[in-house]
Design a protein around this ligand. Structure first.
Ligand code: IDP
Ligand code: CA
Length: 406
């Protein structure tokens, strides 16, 4: 007897308990093949009555590094990393539900940046792993996700978890996701002006939970934190990186090191002779973002939920607590960037990229999206113990398309 059945029996005498909790439990498995890692999210739902929406009961989460794109030339090995995670689902889902439990993998910017041929080879190998598993493999179960969906689905997740998608007075919140290779901004415009001023391909209508939302969303490929490092170093889209040394004023003066990303090896280092510190670093980073992003006026006055690398770098610099998260202003990132960049020796034990990363986040928020210094950012990793990731929104969408929910 599960805890849930005990919980029901607390309210109903055993003979009139209206729901067999076990018979109404179902699962969904969603893989996030990100540019820096692959993650499995196993969600448990309970349908308490046929009229109501199913309730999310819990999540099992596990991740591996590196991401699939690091296996660009060894697709079988990439698929093996997926199989190791899928084995967890075999343990977590009761055998009699395997056949009814859908498994889907969606890849993001890491695979978008690979050649079509290499990306397809990886996806094919993963599909074979899925076909050999006991789970339900829907059509198109393994694919590269469209960037606009990445933003929308994360927005659905956050607004579902914070209770904004149910009930009458909906005060939805905008979301900011900063991945390794791409970044997304998504919000529900409130002003007619915003809809008028926004390019058509930044607006997407989306139906979920019997409502239609016309969302502002865009995914900027190449503007993730790690892609931005390469852009700042001048190493993005460079053909022959071998033997080249990429230098930046955002790195410790004496540093010389190697870095692997997306299956490519880069050599990088500090400005041995020249300047280092926040000022020259900010100018370098500015070249990467200035004039490259659409700036909707409406966001200047609103607050946003921010996660992924916004969260990680805020934790690394003690701006927030790892477990609790917290509320920051845009200027807090700038203050930290100055502190780290102007005292690089002191922060040398952390990542050598800490100064560059914080400076990029500052420039992206201020000069990229056009946020104010005092714009509030709610830094969140989990809400009610569920990861804030597009994967939950994607699972709702999947269950809806399979007719499991409405
Ligand atoms: O389930 C999750 N919950 C919270 N953060 C996550 C989750 N999955 C990935 N992240 C964060 O996303 C960032 C990595 O981005 P990712 O590898 O997904 O690149 P991409 O989105 O550009 O493909 C890291 O900050 C990592 O902590
Ligand atoms: Ca991601």
């Amino acid at each position: 007897h599960s805890n849930r059945e005990m919980w029901f029996k607390h309210f109903f005498p055993p003979n009139v308990c209206p729901i067999d909790a076990k018979a109404n439990t179902f699962y969904g498995i969603m893989f996030d093949a990100g540019s820096t890692g692959t993650r499995i999210h196993i969600y448990t739902f309970v349908q308490k009555s046929p009229e109501n929406l199913p309730e999310l009961e819990g999540e099992i989460f596990e991740s591996v590094k590196p991401g699939l794109s690091a296996y660009a030339d060894q697709p079988e090995k990439g698929a093996e990393s997926v199989k190791r995670l899928l084995d967890m689902a075999i343990e977590a889902v009761p055998p009699h539900l395997w056949k009814k439990t859908p498994v889907v993998l969606k890849a993001t910017a890491g695979l978008r940046l690979l050649s079509e041929e290499k990306a397809q080879a990886l996806l094919l190998e993963v599909r074979e792993v899925f076909e050999e598993s006991p789970f339900l493999v829907p059509e198109d179960s393994v694919s590269i996700m469209d960037g606009s969906y990445e933003g929308i689905l994360a927005w659905i997740t956050v607004n579902f978890l914070t209770g904004q998608l149910s009930g009458q007075n909906q005060h939805t919140v905008g979301t900011l996701d900063l991945g390794g290779a791409s970044t997304q901004i998504t919000f529900l415009p409130r002003f007619e002006e915003t809809l008028k001023e926004t390019p058509g391909d930044f607006l997407t209508s989306f139906e979920m939970f019997n409502s239609t939302y016309k969302l502002y969303t865009h995914s900027y490929l190449g503007f993730g934190l790690k892609a931005a490092r390469l852009a700042t170093l001048g190493a993005l889209n460079v053909e022959a990186v071998d033997g080249q040394m990429f230098r930046s004023s955002c790195l410790p003066k004496q540093l010389e090191a190697e870095w692997h990303f997306g299956g490519v090896k880069y050599q990088y280092g500090g400005n041995k002779e020249g300047e280092t510190g926040f000022k020259p670093c900010y100018l370098e980073v500015l070249k990467v973002v200035k004039g490259k992003l659409h700036q909707p006026d409406e966001i200047r006055g609103s607050s946003f939920y921010a996660f992924s690398y916004y969260y990680d770098r805020a934790v690394d610099t003690n701006l927030i607590d790892y477990e609790q998260g917290g509320v920051l202003e845009v200027k807090d990132f700038e203050r930290k960037a100055k502190e780290v960049c102007d005292n690089m020796e002191r922060y040398n034990s952390a990542s050598p990229f800490l100064c560059m990363d914080l400076t990029y986040i500052t420039a992206l928020l201020k000069e990229g999206f056009g946020f104010r210094d005092n714009t509030l950012l709610q830094l969140t990793k989990k809400v009610n113990n569920i990861e804030t990731s597009w994967t939950l929104g994607a699972t709702f969408h999947l269950l809806q398309s399979l007719g499991i929910t409405h």
